[in-house]
Design a protein around this ligand. Structure first.
Ligand SMILES: [Zn+2]
Length: 561
């Protein structure tokens, strides 16, 4: 059967329809679609009609979903008709956790993530520095020393001699540590005598000298002396990110720790008709007053650009030993990590959360370690008991290591788990020696979340990890680590089905931004955001998902790739 909107109502809007009725033309021929896609294998993510062959689009929204014959009725003289060649079509991917302009900037920065050795890491920095303007900061990079043998953190001594003319502050891939050269340390005024800031670590060697590595809040000591990107650099990075999103089939992003200056670039691109991804921005909770004073609440704006969320940090990362756990790390038995700066003092955190709740803002809190997650659930529960239950959809970003008792609390508080499955197949390579098997069994615990009725939203944390949704689907369904050592899955009982994974990446992410009525499935009335894939991800072995790629991407019925 065909599922279609009452055609004139959708096309013209109710007010216009009433006007037409008054003129006695309500029975005029219905308008034709702008776009029809036929001969597709559509997985709609709509339980009432999960499979379909064709769809029609009018004014940026889906107007009909059904068989080729049913949808052909919408064809008019100016309708574009696309034959999908029997390929699989899905709702566009909605990445619930990205750092969009950083991602764009990373595309043209020094590429360190796949450097397989310390020598290669140093060589790539040398080659990049040879072409950089003197004095220009060398940034990003996303190095990952766990891919080296031995897997030891790099030091400023490694890079000083190849970067004589440039300050360097390159990111570890997890975004929780940076490595700086001696020149950058000097510019930031950091010496062996500088104390660790609250919530951060200035890494030192056995003699107490700085190594150049800085973790979490200590990175701010350097970040604050790095000049802000110019408007031109910012726009170039965002345009690169838009291009990347279109290529990968990502039609919506939820941008964490948004810089206000990025917002003005998005607004400008929107005015120019160049905003080819829908974006929901979550600025830092430290600036809660900015949004609270506006009184606009969560998810405010247009389908293309919205604000009303806040990003908070509860702790750091496992890779940097700054995730906050109940028990110590096995490889650093003196430490169980630490709470982030946003949590200190805890009473200020509580006040910020209550302020956010009073104005209807949505809170998205990064929490990795089990103790960090528990602490956030405590705080969210306090807000609920003070202000009463309502549809808050507050989130925990990453929700990486769960205490066994907290799955139930997650569900009871209706907290959304905003998770990044690609990281399971990446971190699974090295995680167990740090926390042991027992804790690892509740790591990236997607299946246990679903079993407890917790809503999942999928994302990538780009540029911390790959932006490619195909790798996320592959990671969630196989849990096959990138080193090939767990072909049948690392913690295989936490694998989920491809249907569950697609749901989390579309409807799940849409729900996580209060947009489940607007997008997330292929249904009449919803925004016409969808993607055509090279293979049918629903009917190939999970191991083969990795080889699938995006053929075409549409946002609001416009083909953007
Ligand atoms: Zn992030």
């Amino acid at each position: 059967m065909i599922f279609a909107m009452n055609r004139p109502v959708l096309a013209l809007g109710l007010a216009a329809l009433t006007a037409l009725a008054a003129l006695g033309v309500a029975n005029a021929a219905p308008p034709a679609a702008d776009l029809i896609i036929v001969n597709a294998r559509i997985w709609t993510v709509n339980a009432a009609q999960s499979e379909a062959q064709a769809l029609a689009v009018l004014n940026g929204r889906i107007t009909a979903v059904g068989s080729d014959a049913e949808v052909q009725m919408w064809k008019g003289p100016h309708t574009r008709v696309v034959n999908a060649g029997g390929k699989r079509l899905l709702p566009g991917f909605n990445d619930a956790h990205v750092h969009f302009s950083d991602g764009g900037a990373s595309l043209t920065a020094v590429q360190l993530n796949d450097a397989a050795s310390r020598e290669e890491f140093v060589k790539r920095i040398r080659d990049y520095a040879a072409h950089a303007a003197a004095g220009e900061w060398i940034r990003a990079g996303d190095w990952d020393e766990t891919k080296w043998t031995p897997a030891v953190m790099p030091t400023r001594q490694d890079i000083d001699r190849v970067t004589p003319n440039n300050p360097v502050a390159i990111d570890r891939y997890d975004g929780h540590s940076i490595l700086v050269n001696s020149r950058a340390l000097d510019l930031a005024g950091i010496t062996a005598a500088t104390p660790d800031p609250p919530g951060g670590v200035i890494v030192r060697d056995a003699k107490g000298q700085t190594t150049g590595a800085l973790a979490d809040a200590a990175t701010d000591l350097v970040e604050k002396v790095i000049p802000e990107p110019t408007a031109v650099q910012r726009r170039r990075a965002i345009e690169g990110a838009l291009h990347e999103a279109a290529k990968l089939g990502v039609t919506s992003v939820q941008d964490m720790r948004e810089d206000y200056a990025d917002l003005s670039v998005y607004a400008q691109l929107l005015r120019e008709g160049k905003m080819t991804v829908r974006l929901y921005a979550a600025p830092p909770i430290a600036a809660v007053e900015d949004q609270a004073r506006l009184g606009i609440g969560r998810a405010f704006g247009s389908p293309s650009l919205r604000i009303g969320a806040l990003k908070m940090f509860a702790d750091g990362s496992l890779g940097s030993h700054t995730a906050y756990f109940f028990e110590p790390f096995l490889d650093v038995p003196t430490s169980r990590g630490l709470l982030a700066e946003d949590m200190l003092p805890i009473d200020r955190t509580r006040q910020r959360l209550l302020r956010a709740d009073a104005t209807g803002l949505q809170v998205c809190t990064h929490a990795i370690g089990d103790a960090a997650i528990s602490t956030i659930l405590d705080l969210y529960a306090e807000v609920e008991s003070k202000d009463g239950p309502r549809d808050r959809r507050w989130r925990i970003e990453h929700a990486q290591h769960m205490a066994a008792r907290d799955f139930e609390r997650f569900a009871q508080l209706h907290v959304i788990a905003s998770v990044q499955p690609y990281q399971a197949i990446d971190d699974g390579r090295w995680m167990e020696p740090r926390i042991g098997h027992e804790r690892a069994s509740r790591t990236y615990a997607f299946k246990t979340f679903l079993d407890h009725g917790v809503r999942l939203a999928f994302g990538t944390d780009w540029p911390v990890a790959s932006f490619d949704p195909i790798l996320t689907l592959y990671g969630a369904t196989t849990r096959a680590t990138l080193d090939g050592k767990h072909p049948d899955g690392w913690i295989p009982e936490q694998k989920i089905s491809i249907q569950e994974a697609i749901f989390a990446y579309t409807m799940g992410s849409a729900y996580a931004e209060f947009q489940e009525r607007e997008k997330g499935s292929i249904e009449p009335g919803k925004l016409a955001d969808f993607v055509l894939l090279s293979e049918d991800v629903l009917n190939i072995p999970a191991k083969e998902i990795r080889g699938v790629h995006v053929l075409k991407t549409w946002v609001g019925g416009e083909q953007v790739f």
